[in-house]
Design a protein around this ligand. Structure first.
Ligand code: GDP
Ligand code: MG
Length: 684
């Protein structure tokens, strides 16, 4: 600053006695300039002083007093600060305003208030009043610096200044003084150029009496009428020898006084906690600026409102910072979740980010106005939760999908090969699927949210059910097919035999075989179906299908046996057995005297009787009849109408006639052959 240069003061940049560098620790700042403007750089300066994050572990002290009473000199000696000191040779006035330094090696912000004696110089007292307000709202200790010879001069400038201080203080802390803690300030009187003729005790008594006189003369609001000076202020007095005339003594006494600012354990330690204005260090700049703005616009300075405004501003800032860090952390996990991946340990990550953000917020914001701090914390929480909520929902969705896929895979693996129990396979897979989902969902669920996963697990259960049903249907179909094939194998040979023999009770035999086989097939189905957990309805349709298929298998077998060449062969065989063999099964050799005609007729007639027997499935014993139970629907095969009674007819009347005609021709051939054989035997 020009003033600094004019006075030849060079800011000592950052060498502590032990040699460690502390950048910015010796920098000073003009908080309020001579145009009464507040600096925009205080926050960053406090940061450079290294005090930003100390919370309440700092102190503020300000000095008041007439011009050129050695205030800056005193502060520099006491706190190792670098305030401008008036150049002796030039006797030039230092700049007006409020300056601030950090105490060297101590967490103290020191304010040097210049030009507070406008009264003496005939100027307006505007700045004096404003700087008093400003200093009282933030400082723990106000050093009142005065010459010994000023003591007792009630009409002097100092007393006017003090009156201002008292008035201003009543306005600021008047109503709040009841709790006895906040708003209390120490007035430390430093009497300069104390010659020693008048003992300090006497000076102190005079000053105290004067102060009380001033206090009584104040026009106080009605409700504060009974308040005493001591309700708001502690008073302390000290004297310093002449700086030039008793230089050594001055130095040693200043050092004694310094100790009272530094050594916390001392009984006469000056920075008592009761004086602290409870503004967190990171909010001091904003707070002071707010105070100054109020002071400047001559508005009533309401400290609780100021503190709340400060809290709102700072809590928002702290919250924003915590959120930025939180977003930085959570962002990388958004993509995989959106891409459909189940992120391992997402819940614990989310918990971590959330805790960190809240811890950070709590650490810095809890020092501010509790109502505001708590309100903003609720806001922060809801932003955090609503940021995390899509991750949670995404994770659930992805978990749902992957669990369903795993379930299907598990089912397929379980149903590989023979001999598995379908119900066991389904239950195992279902349980595994549900456990996996539930564990994943619980992991991702954050405490103290309204998040749920119960609906999602219900949905998963439904889908698992659908997949299991489909598997069961497929399996049932396969099983029915398998039983059908077994059926076919089992009836084939016995039916062949019966149809070949063509006994009168041929159909009784066929139907008994069929019914026994079908009974076994149904029993097999029911045993297996039990392990499939099939429904009653499914069993009914499956059994109906099985019966119909079995019947069709039988009919196919019969059709195969009555195909033209096959049945003609059967008839021929039947005829031959009777015509070419005698009753004991010996081949006949026809002699001329044999009654070939009768034998031929008998065998032919007996054979022709078979045709109607083959033509219709009709057991001799009615109890052997079989009727396919009529079923309304068949889900396993086509649903076209099935006319069971029609299937009892093996072949039609027309075919019967055709068969008998063709058979007669065959028989006739045998007859001719027989006749010829007798002729040839006679000829021999
Ligand atoms: P401020 O205007 O109150 O800040 O006073 P300064 O610290 O600038 O000092 C004003 C003048 O008084 C300077 O020339 C100092 O050298 C001188 N001074 C400082 N301390 C003392 C002191 O204790 N006694 C006397 N007599 N002069 C002092
Ligand atoms: Mg000064």
């Amino acid at each position: 600053s020009p003033a600094a240069q004019a006075n030849g003061v060079t800011p000592v940049n950052g060498h502590t006695p032990n040699g460690a560098q502390q950048f910015g620790s010796s920098e000073r700042i003009q908080v309020i300039n001579d145009e009464k403007n507040f600096t925009p750089d205080l926050a960053s300066q406090i940061d450079r002083w290294g005090l930003r994050d100390v919370g309440f572990s700092y102190n503020i002290v300000a000095v008041f007093g007439s011009q050129s009473t050695g205030k800056s000199t005193l502060l520099n000696r006491l706190f190792g600060t670098t305030f401008d000191v008036m150049d002796e040779s030039q006797r030039r006035q230092t700049t007006k305003g409020i300056w601030m330094c950090r105490g060297k090696g101590m967490g103290v912000m020191v304010m040097d208030v210049e030009g507070t004696d406008g009264r003496e110089r005939g100027e307006d007292q505007d700045f004096e009043r404003k700087s008093a307000l400003f200093s009282l709202a933030s400082s723990e200790i106000l050093i009142i610096n005065l010459w010994e010879h000023q003591v007792g001069l009630y009409q002097g400038a100092n007393m006017g200044l003090l009156k201002t201080v008292f008035e201003v203080n009543l306005g600021l802390f008047g109503k709040k003084a009841q709790d006895g803690t906040s708003g209390r300030t120490l007035l430390l009187f430093v009497i300069r150029d104390h010659i020693g003729v008048t003992p300090l005790a006497n000076l102190q008594a005079t000053l105290t009496a004067d102060l009380n006189k001033i206090w009584e003369s104040l026009s106080k609001p009605a409700e504060l009428q009974d308040r005493l000076l001591s309700d708001y202020f502690d008073l302390s007095f000290t004297a310093l020898p002449h700086k030039v005339l008793a230089a050594d003594k001055f130095e040693s006494e200043v050092q004694q006084l310094r100790k009272r600012f530094v050594e916390k354990g001392r009984e006469d330690y000056l920075f008592k906690s009761a004086y602290h204005k409870r503004i967190p260090a990171d909010g001091v700049a904003f707070y002071m600026e707010g105070i100054w703005e109020q002071v400047q616009t001559n508005k009533d300075l309401d400290l609780p409102t100021q503190q709340e405004l400060l809290a709102q501003f700072r809590c928002d800032e702290i919250s924003t910072l915590a959120l930025a860090e939180f977003n930085e952390q959570s962002k990388p996990q958004r993509r995989p979740v959106e891409a459909g991946r189940v992120v391992e340990g997402l819940g614990s990550m989310m918990r971590n980010w959330k805790t960190q953000a809240l811890t950070r917020y709590d650490r810095d914001a809890s020092r501010y106005h509790q109502g505001v701090y708590k309100r903003k914390r609720v806001d922060l929480l809801s932003v955090i939760d609503s940021t995390l909520s899509p991750l949670f929902l995404g994770q659930l969705k992805n978990l749902h999908k992957s669990c369903l896929v795993a379930f299907k895979k598990e089912m397929l693996e379980g149903m590989r090969g023979e001999g598995y129990n379908f119900a066991v396979v389904v239950n195992k897979a279902r349980e595994k699927c549900e456990t996996r989902f539930t564990e994943g969902a619980k992991e991702a669920l954050l405490e103290d949210t309204d998040w749920t996963w119960e609906d999602e697990v219900e949905l998963l259960r439904e889908e698992v059910g659908i997949v299991a049903d489909q598997c069961r249907k497929d399996e049932t179909k396969k099983m029915v097919n398998l039983i059908e094939r077994t059926c076919k194998r089992q009836i084939s040979e016995p039916v062949d035999i019966h149809l070949n023999k063509a006994a009168p009770d041929m159909w009784d035999g066929v139907l008994i075989v069929f019914k026994t086989t079908l009974e076994k097939a149904e029993a097999t189905y029911l045993t297996k179906a039990k392990s499939f957990n099939c429904t009653e309805e499914e069993n009914t349709t499956a059994l109906a299908t099985l019966r119909k298929r079995a019947w069709l298998v039988l009919r196919a077998k019969i059709d195969e046996q009555v195909a033209d060449p096959v049945i003609l062969g059967k008839l021929r065989g039947h005829f031959e057995d009777r015509f070419r063999y005698d009753d004991s099964g010996v081949p006949r050799v026809w002699k001329p005297e044999d009654d070939i005609d009768s034998a031929f007729k008998k065998a032919k007639d007996q054979t022709l009787e078979l045709i109607p027997r083959y033509s219709k499935i009709a057991p001799v014993d009615p109890s052997n009849e079989y009727t396919l139970p009529s079923e309304p629907s068949d889900s396993l095969s086509s649903t076209e109408e099935f006319d069971f009674p029609a299937t009892l007819t093996v072949f039609t009347e027309t075919k019967s006639l055709d068969l008998s005609a063709r058979f007669r021709k065959d028989a006739d051939a045998y007859y001719v052959e027989a006749k010829r054989s007798t002729v040839s035997s006679v000829a021999q």
